[in-house]
Write a protein that binds this ligand. Sequence first.
Ligand code: GDP
Length: 580
Amino acid sequence: SDLLAVSMKLKASQLVGKLFMQGAVMTLNDLLDDETVVQLLGHEFGCQIEIDTTEETRLKVTGETVDEEIAKTYAGELIIRAPVVTFMGHVDHGKTSLIDRIRRSNVAATEAGAITQHIGAFQCGTAVGPITILDTPGHEAFTAMRARGAHVTDVVVLVIAGDEGIRTQTVEAISHAKAAEVSILVAINKCDKPNFNAENVYRQLAELDLLPEAWGGSVITVNCSAATGEGVPELLEMIALQAEVLELKANPQARARGTVLESEMHKGLGAVATVLVQNGTLRHGDSFVFDHLYGRVKTMQDEFGKNLKEAGPATPVAITGLSGLPAAGSEFIVVENEKEAREIAEGRKIGVNQAHLQKKRPFTMEKFMEESVQTGQKQLNLILRADVQGSLEALKNSLSKISSDKARLEILFAGVGAVSESDVELAMASRAIIIGFHTQIESHAEALIKQSKVQVRLHDIIYHAIDDVRALLTGKLEKVAQERTVGAAEIRQVFRASQLGKIAGCHVSEGVIHRNNKVRLMRQGKVIWQGTISSLRRESEDVREVKSGFECGIVLDGRPDIEEGDRLEAFEIIYLSQEL
Ligand code: GDP
């Protein structure tokens, strides 16, 4: 805002003050990243603002998300792609074992005895088509990626041990999957165990709003065992069927883009990254950028270590030829050539835009979703933490009463215990605010909170928590613009100046007329023109304002036709908060 103030020839404090009046709390050094706000400010202060986004656009390569890009593609160019699957669930319920079982059966089907390399993801064939499986199970990794702006997963397999049933991390996983709006499929694992009880799991699922098919609902469940392999082919088939319903498509003709799943430094090879191609086809020799790094595909291998010439949509590959080690969740995109890739990467590294890009990117999809919903209803996402189940329920109950038809509360997750790192990740990924009631923040979550600027609000009195949430929700409502008349002047004489057009010789009769006010030109009680003042003078001096009882000369922007006896009413626009 400081820079903007300088270019508008105003004091930064004026800008910050105006922003505050409109409900946006900012400091001098905050980045004004909302174009509408900037335009509005320009309007308020009577400046024309053109935003130069060429450099930013160049560094971003594209402003579209993968989904937006695919949605814009001509249908004839799209092909069906494999679904990308993440396994989630409580610790020890068998996520890793299931993935291993699938991977081993896959090896048997392709090259007997082939040794697979761990590359973070792999594709397996089923009778109903290929499936891509991410090899980092757990909702923490899933949401950490999402918080970085990466939307990788299409289907979540929720693994529940049938002998234990739903546990705390199962509930967390469900919240994370729901917040990401991905399909959930349930694998009830360990069906080889004597105390396996699917009915118990159905009941628990039903209580969490996931009514299983077996009970007349729509949630698909499969009984399986990672130990014996029983039910695993059915599980894969169900995933593939689910994918058919989702109609996952991509354009293999496009230049490739996707997400880094994993990366490591390798002796001899340098940085190796496993990337998932999400749209387009990645080819040997392609140049690309990710974050502030770049590269040129030197080698590209699948999980069997087989060299590939190209990799199409939904294919995970390990690539080398990178300028550094990219973080998991970084986006990569292919550009024209290596020179361009290097320039963009360097531009990102030095530019202010770097911060800008990182700040903005995580929210692009959410923003898109918000816009595409277009219900006009505002939503506040919350994550709740409380010391005990009883107070959590009390808080949830009270909060459920403050939604209105203008703004809605969405509780993404409510859990007992301290605010955890995974809560912060979820808040980042879903633009949520965390409310802690009679609880604290886990020590290792502190750093992430600082870095991510996620809001965590701790309360010990329930009414304070509720008032706080109500205020946050009210803050979500758009401000209502209202005109407030601040002064009026009678036009007593009209002068003609060749350069300026007509000058209105006025007597200010009420209030104050300020140079930045908007004005209405009134004739016989009717508004005949409305606009802004281009010059306000007193005794041939430019002035900022003229008080009632004084004479002044006013030139109006756009040179409307003024006459003696007309009246000018000056007004400003104020923004009022709405009631819920
Ligand atoms: P994760 O923490 O969810 O990844 O769970 P793991 O895959 O590491 O499995 C936890 C434990 O459960 C291991 O000792 C596995 O051998 C065991 N396990 C996993 N799946 C099965 C199963 O289907 N049947 C039985 N009996 N044990 C299983």
